[in-house]
Design a protein around this ligand. Structure first.
Ligand code: SF4
Ligand code: SF4
Length: 156
């Protein structure tokens, strides 16, 4: 399949050779494995701070490609969508998926072999069963008070 994320012209094995806060913008973007898990809605327990993942997806997620359908102009529709950067990683780690490449590298862990940067194939994240492909429910189909009926374990 065609890689929806541009991974051309990057320094070889850049994620192993350079600190994650010293990457080019293209390298930073290429770190995304395309799993789509960060686009699932989460429920946060006010008392414990615990975060539960649901299968209710952001209105812009296309769960066939696991990509945002309006990535470049998404803030026109979803102003609260977070733009991850080295400057805000620390305060976002608590809700990020365990397999997210940004979280892995930020916490000193290696990428998985199914990451497209390693496999050379954007399909491997789906074949490994790590992505949200084909199992989400659009958020406009379920009232927010019922989201807790759709809590799931993170696919890893
Ligand atoms: S969870 Fe991380 S790796 Fe997966 S789509 Fe989101 S930003 Fe990319
Ligand atoms: S706006 Fe796009 S990138 Fe942001 S959460 Fe929704 S689908 Fe994901």
């Amino acid at each position: 399949m065609t890689d929806p994320i541009n991974r051309d012209g990057l320094r070889p094995r850049f994620w192993e050779k350079h600190p994650v806060d010293r990457l080019t913008q293209a390298e930073w973007e290429a770190l995304c494995d395309g799993c789509g898990k960060c686009c699932l809605n989460k429920l946060e327990d006010e008392d414990t701070g615990e975060v539960a993942l649901t299968r209710i997806a952001c209105r812009l997620l296309d769960d066939t490609t696991c990509r945002c359908s309006q990535y470049t102009i998404r803030h026109q529709f979803v102003p609260e969508c977070i733009v991850l950067s080295p400057q805000n990683m620390d305060r976002n780690l608590y809700w990020m998926p365990e397999t997210c490449a940004y979280k892995l590298l930020w916490t000193g862990k290696p990428l998985f072999d199914w990451h497209p940067l390693i496999s050379g194939d954007p399909q491997t994240v789906h074949d490994a069963g790590v992505s949200v492909q084909g199992f989400t429910i659009p958020e406009f189909e379920v009232p927010e008070e019922d989201w807790e009926d759709h809590i799931i374990e993170e696919p890893t």
